[in-house]
Design a protein around this ligand. Structure first.
Ligand code: GGG
Length: 349
């Protein structure tokens, strides 16, 4: 293990809503998994906008840039036009060029289900970029799809599929959006052909949503555009036990540094203070971060502790239990700590 990786710098973006309750447990998981990790907290989110007039202050962006990895639970962006506000997640994905959003979904360990899929979402353009203008009585959203972005996300998906069963489904709506989705579709087919050795098919996004509910086992890797990926990952989450469990990595080109790990769920203002927020998606995001930094054994230990707790409890009410955010987190952290202290004390090296 290199000296650099023994003390990785992790930027914790503060977020909104239940982030406040979950950040502390994520930070503790990181400290147990990588005791040498350095944590830097950086304000981001709607609360930050209220305090500083920007949802992502320049210092926070600089902290995210210099970190080896970033972590964010969730932000709560306003639903009405808010002068000067821009989503910090969208900004970070674009500024750090984190073009690939990787969202794995698996059946609950005890369910006997066979869902094991990865949704790969283009992260920098399309409708979710939020390029909108307002005129009297008329608003316009600009959906830009480029060949470059479509090609690199298709390649990313193909490379993930090569390490799995080799099946990729391209999801689009090219029968209606013939130009934008048409470019995404033809480029993705072309690029996946270049990757080679893959079994590639396609689905219209509405049908993909239905199939994710009715027949999620059919999927291995799905690749799609930004807004479709945002929506479909919530649909896919249903097959994985719900939004409290699913997580994501925002990645750029290998070797280019930037990465951001976050649960798929949002800031859930309705859960603030109720102690009912499920910490598992957040802790799974931390496991992905730990793996990304090169600590495979520690990531596996955290995932094993999470899966053990899903099966044996305690669990939060969304999984039918009576556990709290704290009791579930403490059970996972205790198991992680016990596993790693034991493996360290028996490690002959
Ligand atoms: N962890 C994902 C998250 O924060 N979701 C909320 C979200 O994406 N809100 C829209 C936005 O701020 O861009």
């Amino acid at each position: 293990m290199s000296t650099l990786l023994e003390t990785p710098l992790v930027c914790f973006l503060t977020g909104d809503g239940i982030s406040t309750e979950l950040n502390a447990f994520a930070a503790r998981a990181l400290r147990i998994a990588i005791p040498g990790a350095l944590l830097e907290e950086a304000p981001a989110g709607f609360a930050t906008f209220g305090a500083f007039g920007t949802a992502l202050p320049a210092e926070s962006l600089a902290a995210a840039r210099r970190a080896d990895a970033c972590f964010l639970v969730a932000v709560g962006s306003p639903m009405v036009p808010t002068s000067g506000y821009r989503s910090p997640i969208v900004t970070l994905r674009c500024e750090l060029d984190l073009f690939a959003n990787i969202r794995p979904v698996q059946s609950l360990p005890q369910s006997g289900g066979k869902v094991d899929l990865v949704l790969v979402r283009e992260n920098t353009e399309g409708m979710y970029a939020g390029r909108e203008t307002t005129q009297p009585g008329r608003c316009v959203a600009e959906r830009v799809i480029t060949e470059r972005a479509s090609r690199r996300i298709a390649r990313f998906a193909g490379q993930i599929a090569q390490k799995r069963s080799g099946r990729v489904t391209i999801v689009h709506k090219a029968n209606v959006l013939r130009e934008t989705c048409g470019l995404f579709r033809t480029t993705a087919f072309d690029e996946l052909e270049k990757v080679g050795g893959l079994q590639v098919d396609e689905l219209l996004v509405d049908n993909a949503a239905l199939q994710l509910v009715a027949n999620p086992e059919r999927f291995d890797v799905l690749v799609t555009t930004n807004l479709f990926g945002d929506i479909l990952s919530d649909v896919a989450a249903h097959a994985g036990g719900g939004l409290g469990l699913v997580t994501s990595a925002n990645l750029g080109s290998p070797g280019q540094g930037g990465s951001l790990f976050e649960p798929v769920h949002g800031s859930a203002p309705d859960l603030v203070g109720t102690h009912r927020a499920n910490p598992i998606a957040t802790l799974r995001a931390m496991a992905m971060l730990v793996r990304h930094l090169g600590f495979e054994e520690e990531a596996q230990a955290l995932e094993a502790a999470i899966n053990h707790t899903i099966v044996h409890g305690p669990c939060t009410p969304d999984l039918g239990g009576e556990g709290t955010t704290a009791s579930v987190s403490e059970a996972i952290l205790a198991r992680l700590y016990a596993h790693l202290s034991n493996s360290l004390s028996t490690d002959p090296s």
